[in-house]
Each structure stands twice: as C-alpha cells, then as structure tokens.
Design a protein around this ligand. Structure first.
Ligand code: GLU
Length: 431
C-alpha cells in the first residue's frame, strides 16, 4: 500500500516553526516512500479561523518548497460528509443527539496503540465519558472531522506533534465505531526555545514568514528544521534537502524535545549562502534591495553581482546585506560614532584622507588593483603604517570600523562617490 500522509493545519495563526517541522516530516516521509502528501486545512473553528492565516500558511509552505500532491482541501467545504458519518452512528445507536449537537458515549476500556516514535501507548478511556462529534452550530469537532477525513483520504500514517497524543485514543475509538481501519501514528517531539520552554516569541521568532524575511535560504531552513528531532547519524549537519529525502526515516525521530538553536541555524544558512552561485545570490539580493527601495528595478546587474561575489562568504542571513552594507546603496552614508571618534578624530588624518582623494582623482581606471596601488603609493610616500591610512579611509568610505576588503569596496562604490566621501570626512569629521 503506498504511503499517504497529510499536513492538517488550523488557520488560527501564522505557520510557526513547530507546525512547519510537522509539515516537513510528513512531506519527507511521503517523498522518501514515493507516496502522496495531502494538505488539509482544518477550518471548522469559525471564530478563530481566518483566510489571512490560510494565505500565510500556503505562502510559508511555498517558501519551504513543501508542495502538496493533493489539496489544499478545506474541512469547511466537507460538512455533509461529517454529518453523514454522524447520522450513521446515530442510526446504529452508537451516538445520540444532545443539545442540538451529536455526542458519542464512550464505554470504559483500555486502548493501546503503537506509536512509531514512542512505542506502545495505553490509555484508559474512562477518562473521557463521551466525545462530542458535532456541535450545535452544525460543525464537527476536531477529533471527529479528523477521523472522518483521515479515513476518507486513505491516510496511512499520521505524523503530528506530541501535543496530540491525548487525542489519538479518542480517534481510535471513533475508527472502531465507524468500522474503519486507523492509520499508523508517529507523534513527534515539541520544539523548545533556549529556555527549554515551549518555543515562543520571547526566545525568538516563531513565524516561518519572519525567517523568510530575515533572509534564510529555503534549503538552509529546511535542513535546519529536519534536524530538529531527527538526525541521519554520523554527526552530519549540512545536508541538502534532496539528500534528506533519501535519508529520512521516522523511526529515527527522537522522543525528547528538540531545542531550537539559533546559532546553528545561522551557521547553516551561512554555509548555503557560500554554496549559492553568484547568479542566484544576485537575484536574491536584487529582490531584497528593490523591495527595500535601496536599488531601482533597473539596477546594474554586473555591479550587483560583484557585490554578491564580495559578500557570499560573509553573510549569515541576507538581511546583513542591507543592515551592514547600506553604504553600498545610499548617499549620504551613516557613520558609527565610535568608529569616527577612534579612527577619524586624530591629528593628521584629514590631511591623509585629502591626499588620498587627490591621488584617486587622477586614476583613469577605478578597478581594485588601481585603487590599492594609489593607496599604497601614498602610504610609502608619507612613511605611514598601512593601517594608519586604511582604517580611517574605511570609516570615511563605509561609515564603519569593519567592512569587507576595503579596496574592493572602494572600487564597487565607485570613483565619484569615494572622492565625495573622502572630501566630506576630511572637511567635517577627521582631525
Ligand atoms: N488541526 C490540527 C492542528 O493543527 C491537526 C492535528 C492533526 O494533525 O491531527 O493541530
């Protein structure tokens, strides 16, 4: 029987990291087994469901490259199916109407099921006297709709968060009553924050869309999510999604809660940025910079790809592009106070910057080697230490104490702007 799994989010909030990991494990399981991944939107809670959250969930899954083979199917459009199953149970005397809804009295028994992650789990059903199947507003409860749909959609494996373990015996009782065969279950561990409490906004972003916006490459984020609770063995960390599909096995999912580790995510993202082609990085940069109004849609592609080549080994997130390298895109630049105090406000600096500006004005070509040569000639002529010229020049040209290799940065910023910035720093900032 071929594998059929589903991801069944409730659109009552944005797609958060924990749900994304559940979606991913289902998708990986389906792809690994050449099975089918079904997307089902559980939108029967009319008060809390919101189409905007459906949009967010779909967009976030799209970003992660998690594509549904079937669906999205909306539970709100399948009410007749739930009604029909409830009527069947009423006709069989197994359920009854009560206060306008339908309830299912539970006979005391013990239910045991084999969880693919946790092993055997046994629950005493006298804990719940009856299950509500349909509410008085005509809408099904989660447990009932879930069973009807998992059966109708011929789901073979239910992979979901640990927080649903308590629902599983209730669902198994309903399968039994309906004469349907239940799927296999795998309950995957919670994700906790650095404080070991359930991941929350307090300890970092929780919405997948926030990670996308900060500039985590989809394959880095997918790689990271896959490692939250699962490992292929052999301490490997940087594993491209295509390979994860080959290696993934739900039996290797750990039982213990998985701790979200921002530094590891950043490191992984840096690895994937390094491996990205300059072409792709240029596209990603362009998209960001246009959205932030830092370059126009008619941006100079050759110029931007130089920047991509320059920064490829230096970024952990794409947002560092505009946060730490704004001086490449805006005029006038902003200056770090401390860098100005320590590196520009010293005797003789203004004269050095001015002399450098004069030399740079003479250059016919402003390629990196020519810029470097001009600076080195000045250093030699004035008997300076290299850093005595380079550090203040960096502050004058970038506004910052730290930057990518200075001569290349200057070449990219361009002759006219560099001269303007040196002039300004010499006249207004330097001692
Ligand atoms: N709508 C439920 C949730 O988002 C689905 C749980 C399940 O996978 O059965 O938690």
């Amino acid at each position: 029987m071929s594998v059929r799994v589903r991801f069944a989010p409730s659109p009552t909030g944005t797609l958060h990291v924990g749900s994304a990991r559940t979606a991913l494990f289902n998708w990986l399981y389906a792809k690994h087994h050449r099975g089918t991944f079904v997307l089902r939107i559980e939108d029967t809670d009319q008060k809390r469901s919101n189409p905007a959250f459906v949009e967010d969930i779909l967009a976030s899954l799209h970003y992660l490259g998690i594509v549904a083979d079937e669906g999205p199917t909306f539970q709100s459009q399948r009410l007749a199916l739930y009604r029909q199953h409830a009527d069947q149970l009423i006709a069989q005397g197994k359920a009854k109407t009560e206060d306008g809804g339908v309830v299912f009295p539970v006979a005391p028994q013990t239910v045991t099921f084999r969880d693919l992650v946790h092993g055997d789990i046994t629950v005493d059903t006298s804990l719940f006297e009856q299950l509500v199947l349909m509410k008085s507003d005509g809408l099904p409860t989660y447990n009932f709709a879930c069973v009807v749909d998992d059966a109708a959609m011929q789901i073979t494996h239910v992979i979901r968060g640990d927080d649903h373990i308590a629902n599983t015996p209730k669902q198994l009782i309903l399968y039994q009553a309906l004469g349907l065969t239940p799927p296999a279950y795998a309950h995957i561990p919670l994700i906790v924050g650095s404080d070991r409490a359930r991941l929350s906004k307090r300890t970092g972003a929780t919405a997948v869309a926030d990670y996308r916006d900060v500039g985590y490459l989809p394959e880095a984020f997918v790689n990271y999510l896959a490692l939250l609770g699962w490992a292929p063995g052999g301490n490997r960390e940087c594993i491209p999604p295509t390979e994860i599909v080959e290696l993934f096995d739900v039996a290797r999912v750990r039982k213990a809660a998985a701790q979200f580790d921002q530094q590891k995510l950043d490191w992984l993202n840096g690895q994937y940025i390094k491996q990205a082609t300059v072409e792709r990085l240029t596209d990603l940069f362009a998209e960001r910079l246009i959205a932030k109004g830092l370059v126009s849609v008619t941006y100079d592609r050759a110029w931007l790809s130089r920047i991509a080549g320059l920064l490829r080994d230096r970024l952990k997130t794409l947002s560092q592009l505009e946060e730490e390298h704004r001086f490449l895109f805006v005029e006038p630049i902003e200056y770090e106070d401390e860098a100005v105090q320590q590196l520009l406000r010293r005797d003789g600096i203004a004269a050095n910057l001015s002399a450098l500006k004069d030399r740079l004005k003479q250059l016919g070509s402003f390629e990196t080697p020519q810029v470097e040569q001009a600076a080195r000639a000045l250093i030699a002529q004035r008997g300076l230490g290299a850093k005595d010229l380079i550090h203040p020049t960096r502050v004058a040209v970038t506004g910052r104490a730290v930057s990518p290799p200075l001569f290349e940065v200057m070449s990219i910023v361009g002759q006219a702007k560099v001269i303007g910035r040196l002039e300004y720093a010499a006249a207004h900032l330097a001692g």
